[in-house]
Design a protein. Structure first.
Length: 202
């Protein structure tokens, strides 16, 4: 297997990059599986044209699309599909919204789908500038990690910090998608008025 992760702050193009990878397989007429968290109720928060393109591609005859709530459902669904269809890749969008644990990767490696590569996309650092707990078990099992940057919504510089301007419990990085800003380090520090911290939440 060869697993990839696309990450970065909000509005940095993570899902867009995942869609580009998906499109490559469709153009080659290769069957793939697309997973997205059932709990992601933000609708078009990915952005208008990306959300529209995602839906178009998911309707392709080469894409088998599922919502999921637990990582083990990935193994269950794909194991059933390969009985009658050759699956070339597994795509997992907004993976951090599902409680991945180390055991998933052990089970994956021991399963009959172990040679199918997986491509993950999603946040790894939350709006509190700490690593997201559900993302930590995934990172060590990635063979390739691509981090994207965005444009600061305050000053226009390169931005790597997600800022949440609302009433929010930082342990749950999901809201309606409308209260986020992406900021450069200077603008982030001015708004938070505190030093940046990067703490592992084990």
């Amino acid at each position: 297997m060869y697993n990839k992760l696309f990450t970065g702050p909000m509005f940095s193009g993570k899902t867009r990059r995942l869609v580009i990878e998906l499109e490559r397989y469709i153009l080659a007429k290769r069957h793939v599986v697309w997973f997205e968290p059932q709990r992601d109720t933000r609708g078009g928060s990915h952005g208008g044209f990306i959300a529209q393109r995602m839906e178009e591609l998911k309707n392709s005859e080469y894409v088998h699309s599922f919502e999921f709530t637990k990582p083990e459902e990935i193994i269950e669904h794909v194991s059933k599909l390969i009985r009658h269809t050759k699956i070339e890749c597994i795509f997992i969008d907004e993976f951090f919204m599902v409680p991945f644990e180390r055991q998933f990767f052990y089970d994956y490696q021991a399963s009959e789908i172990k040679d199918i590569p997986m491509v993950f996309a999603g946040l790894t650092v939350g709006a509190d500038s700490n690593l997201i707990k559900t993302a930590i078990p995934v990172i060590p099992y990635m063979d390739e990690i691509k981090k994207f940057s965005a444009i600061c919504m305050n000053c226009g510089r390169t931005a790597n910090y997600t800022y949440f301007d609302g009433d929010w419990d930082s342990s749950d990085p999901i809201d309606n998608g409308y209260n986020y800003k992406v900021l450069c380090v200077d603008c982030y520090m001015k708004l938070t008025k505190k030093p940046l911290t990067h703490t592992w939440k084990g």
